[in-house]
Design a protein around this ligand. Structure first.
Ligand SMILES: [Zn+2]
Length: 364
C-alpha cells in the first residue's frame, strides 16, 4: 500500500506543457507564435472535446503565457514550450497560481447544497479532478467525482458574478489575471448575460479562456466577442497515430521495463497517458497483438518485426515472451484495458501495468 501511495504522489507531480499534449502541433505552434508576438486576445474560446485535450491545451497555453523562461526549439515539430521549472510554471501546473481562476459546471451534492452554491464551493475537488485526469477527464467523470447523483451541473449567475469580481481585482503577481471557464456551454442565460458585460468592457490585463466542446449552445453575442481556437478532432489524430507511432512508443516502453528506472519510466507513462482514452486502448490492443506474435515466434527462435528498427532488439525481445509468462502478460494488459474502459486514472493504470509487465518479463 505504501508503495502504491508513493507512486501516486510521484504521478501527481503534474505538468501542463505542450509537449504532453497528443497531436495539435499546428494549433500549438500558432498559439505560441501569437503569444511571442504579444498579440494575445483577451477573450478566447478553446473549442474541442475535453478528452481530445481542449482543457489541457488551455492550461498549457496559460503556462506558456506566464512562463519566465519560454523554450524555443529549432526544427522540431513543436516550436516552443514553457520551461516547466520556473515558479510560475510550477504554480500553474498545480492549478495553484493566485491569478488563475476556475469556473466549471457544478450542482448540489449531499455535502454542499443551498441556493448560493458556485464553483468556488467545489474548488479543491475540481483541482484534484483535473490533476488526476491530466485535464482529460470528461464532464460525466466530473459529475461522478462530485457525486451529483444524476443532477446536471450548470454555470449560474453567481458563478458569473464571481468571474466579474475576480477579474476586477488587482493581479496578485503583477501579471495576467486569468479566468478559465470549463464547459462554457453549460452557462445558463443569466450567467451568459452577466459574462457579456465583462467581454464588452474588459479590464486591462485580464484573460478569459472559455473551454467548450460545442459552440452551438453559446450565445451568438458571446461567440462573436471571442477569438476561437479550434482543436483538431481525435479522429484525424488517430489516423496520424498509426501503428508506426504505436510501435515506437511500445519499443521505448519495453526497453524501460527492463531498466525499471523510475524517472524515465514515469516520463514514458506520461507520454502514453497523454494520448486520449481511445488511443490508449488502441495502444494496449496493439501491444497485446505484438506480445502474442512474440510468444508464437519467440519459441521457434524467430525474430519479430516489432518496428524498433533495431534487429538485435527484434531478435532478442521475442525470446522474453514464453509459456511461463504469456498468461501473466495477457492478464496485465487486459486488466489495464479494463481499467481504462472504466475511466480509471490513466497514469496509475499504466504505471501498475508497467510493474506487472516488468515482473512478468522476468519470469520467462
Ligand atoms: Zn516556466
Amino acid at each position: 500500500m505504501l508503495t502504491f501511495l508513493r507512486i501516486f504522489a510521484y504521478l501527481k507531480q503534474n505538468d501542463m506543457q505542450f509537449k504532453d499534449i497528443a497531436g495539435q502541433r499546428d494549433v500549438i505552434n500558432r498559439l505560441t507564435e501569437i503569444i511571442d508576438s504579444g498579440r494575445v486576445s483577451h477573450a478566447q474560446l478553446f473549442l474541442g472535446a475535453t478528452a481530445d485535450g481542449s482543457l489541457q491545451l488551455a492550461l498549457a497555453y496559460l503556462q506558456y503565457l506566464c512562463c519566465e523562461h519560454r523554450q524555443h526549439y529549432d526544427g522540431g515539430e513543436l516550436r516552443a514550450d514553457s520551461c516547466g521549472e520556473c515558479p510560475s510554471c510550477k504554480k500553474l501546473a498545480q492549478l495553484m497560481h493566485p491569478d488563475l481562476h476556475l469556473i466549471f459546471p457544478n450542482a448540489a451534492t449531499s455535502k454542499v447544497s443551498g441556493s448560493s452554491i458556485w464553483s468556488g464551493d467545489f474548488m479543491a475537488d475540481f483541482r484534484d479532478f483535473v490533476l488526476q485526469h491530466n485535464a482529460l477527464g470528461t464532464l460525466d467523470e466530473w459529475y461522478a467525482t462530485l457525486g451529483t447523483e444524476n443532477k446536471q451541473g450548470m454555470i449560474r449567475e453567481l458563478d458569473a458574478s464571481h468571474i466579474v469580481s475576480d477579474l476586477a481585482l488587482k493581479s496578485y503577481e503583477g501579471g495576467w489575471k486569468m479566468m478559465v471557464i470549463w464547459m462554457a456551454e453549460k452557462m445558463n442565460i443569466a450567467a451568459a448575460n452577466e459574462l457579456l458585460k465583462t467581454l464588452e468592457e474588459p479590464t486591462p490585463g485580464t484573460l478569459l479562456l472559455l473551454v467548450a466542446e460545442s459552440d452551438e449552445r453559446l450565445l451568438s453575442t458571446i461567440r462573436s466577442r471571442v477569438q476561437t481556437v479550434r482543436l483538431k478532432p481525435a479522429d484525424s489524430l488517430q489516423a496520424a497515430a498509426g501503428s508506426e507511432e504505436f510501435a515506437k512508443l511500445l519499443v521505448e516502453w519495453l526497453r524501460l521495463l527492463f531498466k525499471l528506472k523510475m524517472k524515465e519510466l514515469s516520463a514514458q507513462v506520461d507520454r502514453m497517458a497523454a494520448m486520449n482514452r481511445e488511443q490508449q486502448k488502441q495502444f494496449l490492443g496493439y501491444a497485446l497483438g505484438v506480445m502474442r506474435d512474440c510468444f508464437l515466434h519467440g519459441a521457434a527462435g524467430l525474430p519479430v518485426d516489432i518496428g524498433s528498427g533495431d534487429q538485435k532488439f527484434d531478435a532478442m525481445f521475442p525470446q522474453m515472451v514464453t509459456v511461463n509468462n504469456i498468461e501473466l502478460i495477457n492478464t496485465a494488459l487486459n486488466e489495464a484495458l479494463f481499467a481504462l474502459e472504466r475511466n480509471a486514472n490513466a497514469k496509475i493504470a499504466l504505471m501498475q501495468l508497467s510493474f506487472s509487465m516488468s515482473m512478468a518479463l522476468k519470469k520467462r
